[in-house]
Design a protein around this ligand. Sequence first.
Ligand SMILES: *Cc1c(COP(=O)(O)O)cnc(C)c1O
Length: 370
Amino acid sequence: MKPAIPPHILALEPYVPGRNIDDARRESGRERVVKLASNENPLGPSPAVLRAIEREAVNVHRYPDGSAAELSEKLAARLGVELAQVVLGNGSNEILELIARVFAASGGEVLMSEDAFLVYALVSQAAGAYSRRVPARDYRHDLEALADAVNDKTRIVFLANPNNPTGTIFRRGPWRKFLSRIPGNVVVVLDEAYFEFVEDPEYPNGLDYLQDHPGLIVVRTFSKAYGLAALRIGYGVGSLEVMGALARMRQPFNVNHLAQVAAVAALDDREHLRASCELVRRSRRVFAAGLEQLGLSYVKSEANFVLVEVGDGAAVTQRLLDRGIIVRPMGGYGFASMIRITFGSEEENQACLSALAGVMEAVAEATEPK
Ligand SMILES: *Cc1c(COP(=O)(O)O)cnc(C)c1O
């Protein structure tokens, strides 16, 4: 006799993260490797965050504040919501997971776009839910098709705005229409991990729509614009009822002490946030111009990365790695001909574009008929 492993757990395929820098150094034999594969902040954390962590490091023998009172109060005030409308997570990934476990466990149906962030399908499957992927349209969530796909078994619709890995957004008009079509008993998850980077004036701020739908949960993170990816901290905002359910489900100490003090310091350093967003916006133009010059087509992005058509995504990823640049192949999303490049520092962006020029030239030579 052996322990029985449930079929939905056996079928889980773990999330494949971006390649880490140490492995890439070893594999490429290069001292200097540039990682542009995980949508991280090239400026690093705010200096105020580093000071807060140094100051608080001596307290790691203590359990953290389970209610994260200082951070929660600061966030609620900043966002203009009640304290109990905010639930913090060990990364926003934990919030997504809590939502799936609370609302769709054991056979509930979950909807998402086929090009959506893979974590939605993973957390749903792990919770024993059944996920349905609705065809995307031109690298965008098809909100009409998603609303059409809702039926009486639907428990959750996951949306990312901007989406990862496509970088595309949906605008206010289609979003309002979508939300009005979703029954009140369905949870709508609006993942705004890249919220801070968007330039489009028609981009909807999810918090403005909390009154319009009782099941709306806006999810944000400190991993991207705030540069705290390693500390694992994110949050959800929604109605008191819905967030109360998530709060009952979470572990008592799910957000560690250093993450809490770092997030407080990060919220206070508005200059670092401004500089981070400014760099992303500049990089967007640098890549647009650079990719056009190389004759490569790409998906217009409102996030801190860009999806580029390169022919053979896996091969180009390997050739870029040989030149010391880590990017993300996109076969896992069904985009085998594409790579996703995260914007880096100005110097890293230039290094990436010139490596890409060399690689595309080498690929063209290798495939040219002799
Ligand atoms: C990076 C990312 C997150 C953030 O994950 P954390 O767990 O907060 O680090 C969430 N959603 C999307 C779409 C992302 O790309």
